[in-house]
Each structure stands twice: as C-alpha cells, then as structure tokens.
Design a protein around this ligand. Structure first.
Ligand code: ADP
Ligand code: MG
Length: 364
C-alpha cells in the first residue's frame, strides 16, 4: 500500500514536470524576450528600437516590425528627395504656381516645418536644398572649389520658406521659379515620432526609438529608471557614443542633436564648413566644433530646432529657446584640446536630469 502510494506520487511528479516543460517550450515559442531590441537601416541612416516589458507574442512583434518598416516606406515614398517618384521630387520638378497634391502627413509636417521657420526667423528653412547642393553637401557630393559669391547669391535667390504655400486640403504651390523642398533637417525626428505612435499602438508604454541619433524615450528602461541617452563630445569624426560629455535621463521626451563634427569640409584657408547652411547668408555655418542638443516633447520639433540653433549660434539660439515652453537646449562648444564648454537654456538644469561626465568622457 505504502509502496503504491509512493509510485503514484512519482508518476504524478513526472507527468507534471513533463507538462511544465511542454508549457515552457510553448511559451518560449510563442513569446519573444520581454525586452526585445533590434536595429536596422532606413532613410540612409541607422535606427534602433528597444522595448521594455513587452507582452507581445512572436506574431505581435513581427507585426510591429512590419508596421515600422511600413512607416519608413511611407515617409520615403512621399518625402525622400532621393526618389524620383516621391511627392517631394514631383513638387521639386513642378513649375511655378502649379498645384501639387500631397498626402496629409506630408502637408502636416510641412506646416510644422514652416511654423518653425517662422519661429526661428528663417534660420530653419526647408527650401535651402539648392544651397546644400551648391556647397557640395547634397546628392552630387563635394566640389573641388568653394562657389563664387555671385553663384551663392544667385542660388540663394531661389530659396525662401515664405515663397511656398500649403492649402488646407494639402495642395502645395511654389511662388518662385526653381524653389525646392528638403525636409532632411526635420525628417528623422518626424519619423521617430511616427514610430513612437506605432509602438504605443501595439500597447507598449516603455520603449526607446532612435533614428540617426534623434531619440524619443517613453516611460522607463529595463531597470525601471528614466532612459539614459549619451551626449556626444563634438570631436571631429568620432563614432557616435564613443566619447560622451554627459548623459541626459529622459522619460516621455525627445532629444535631437546637430553638429559640425561629422559632416563638414575644410575650406582652402582651413575654415570648418558645416553641412548646415545659414539661409540668411547662403553660406555654411562656420563655427568652432560644436554640438547642440534640443529636448522637446516631440522629436520633429527637437530635430528642426537643433538645426535652427546651429545656425543662430549660442547667444541668439538660447534666447529663442527661453521663449518656447517645454523646450530646452544644450550647446557643447570646443575649447582647446579635448576640453568643451557647455552653455544651456535657462531651464535646462532644472527640468532636465543631466549628468556631466569628466573630460575622459566615460561611456555608458
Ligand atoms: P544631421 O543630423 O545630419 O546633422 P540635421 O538635422 O542637422 O542633420 O539637418 C541637416 C540637413 O538639413 C542638411 O543635410 C540639409 O539637407 C538640410 N539643411 C541644411 N541647412 C538647413 C537649414 N538652415 N534649414 C533647414 N534645413 C537645412
Ligand atoms: Mg535637424
């Protein structure tokens, strides 16, 4: 009797263990890790996504990845100047006064871009493309010589954000012959915002999404704290994340950075010409090695303002940020050797959790 009892118990335990093992296997087959992360290439740059505490099944995760690819594709199809058949390219080839219909996302982004042009006194100008080409930062690549003053002024005459109109129903018109659009300085931030909407739509509240260095951080990271994002030292050609000047901790906010330490050329006299053009002069911004990071509640605004601040410079740029609610900025400007000076908007240290790192520039 006793022996039989014992046998029943052993059988029961074996059956339970087998069931448990089967269930675990099914669970692993069905669910990916709780904190899935992946990266890829899109819009001519790299992107990465990190999810925390995701309850998505494998199929759910695959669906989200497909939705993210679809967002990139939609943005490229309508706003990429590198595609001949995109709406933006069609607009760029269109004659003066022609009506060019675009989808409501494109029209919405362009309206936002024009608001930022207005807000920044034209320092951010989405019609600056021909000057970008002229200075050798566009599709045709570098030119052997810097352009003549005459040529610069002639091309500048074909730019101007005020020479563009967007109707309520999404019809674009250029009021100046040769006017072209280039949303490169806001597009990465904009796509980050779209990806954040797609991720939230999949029921995930804790995540970080980054496209070409522009970031949106939602909720908490895997340690339950705000997301930590490194601010790069503006060292010439240093790889992203290699040398940091500081770390910002963000939750439900975006950060975008513009700088002249990665995409630049040196003129005949050794001056550093950045890929950001001052639309008011037609010349590339010439500054010491500088990085400017902007923190805002959405990444499109942060991205566009970072470009604008780069044009405006430290004094005017920070004065502008102080007038905009919910936006903060940090300039990191080279001094001598590896020393950098920081200058911030007046609410930066109060409203942004920022940890300054020493000059050895530890990494995260
Ligand atoms: P990056 O992350 O590459 O530094 P930015 O967001 O700073 O990019 O935008 C740079 C791109 O924006 C340039 O390559 C150019 O196409 C365009 N651009 C340059 N100057 C301006 C400007 N003043 N306003 C708007 N767009 C600009
Ligand atoms: Mg930008």
């Amino acid at each position: 009797m006793k022996k039989r009892n014992w046998l029943v118990w052993v059988c029961l335990i074996v059956v339970l263990a087998a069931f448990w093992g089967w269930r675990e296997r099914k669970f692993i087959e069905r669910y990916p890790p709780e904190n899935p992360a992946w990266n890829g290439e899109a819009l001519g740059t790299f992107y990465s996504v990190k999810l925390v505490g995701s309850r998505l099944t494998n199929e759910g995760l695959e669906r989200l990845k497909t939705a993210i690819d679809a967002e990139f594709e939609a943005v490229e199809r309508s706003m990429s100047v590198f595609r001949e058949d995109s709406d933006i390219s069609i607009f760029n080839r269109a004659p003066v006064n022609a009506s060019v219909p675009v989808d409501k996302e494109f029209a919405g982004l362009l309206k936002r871009a024009l608001e930022i042009s207005d807000m920044t006194g034209g320092a951010f100008d989405p019609t600056v493309g021909p000057l970008v080409e002229l200075w050798g930062f566009g599709r045709d690549g570098r030119h052997a010589h810097t352009p003549t003053d005459e040529r610069i002024q002639a091309v500048r005459g074909k730019t101007g954000w005020q020479k563009l109109s967007v109707s309520k129903d999404g019809v674009l018109t250029k009021n100046l012959d040769g006017l072209m659009l280039d949303l490169g300085a806001i597009a990465k931030g904009y796509v980050v915002d779209r990806l954040a909407v797609a991720i939230r739509g999949a029921g995930i509240g804790n995540f970080m999404v980054e496209v070409g260095g522009e970031v949106y951080a939602s909720g908490r990271n895997s340690t339950g704290l705000a997301w930590k994002i490194g601010v790069d030292s503006p060292l010439l050609n240093a790889a992203p994340g290699k040398r940091l000047v500081g770390i910002v901790s963000l939750s439900d906010r975006a950060v975008a950075t513009s700088g002249n330490y990665r995409n630049f050329f040196k003129g005949e006299n050794g001056t550093l010409y950045s890929h950001i053009i001052d639309p008011r002069t037609g010349f590339p911004v010439q500054m010491r090695q500088t990085g400017v990071s902007v923190i805002a509640s959405d990444c499109a605004t942060a991205d566009a303002l970072a470009t604008a601040l780069f044009v405006l410079g430290e004094k005017d740029g920070l004065a502008l940020i102080d007038k905009i609610d919910g936006v903060e900025a940090l300039f990191v400007i080279s001094g001598y050797g590896v020393c950098f000076r920081e200058a911030t908007s007046s609410g930066f240290y109060e409203t942004v959790n920022y940890e300054h790192l020493d000059s050895k520039g530890q990494t995260l």
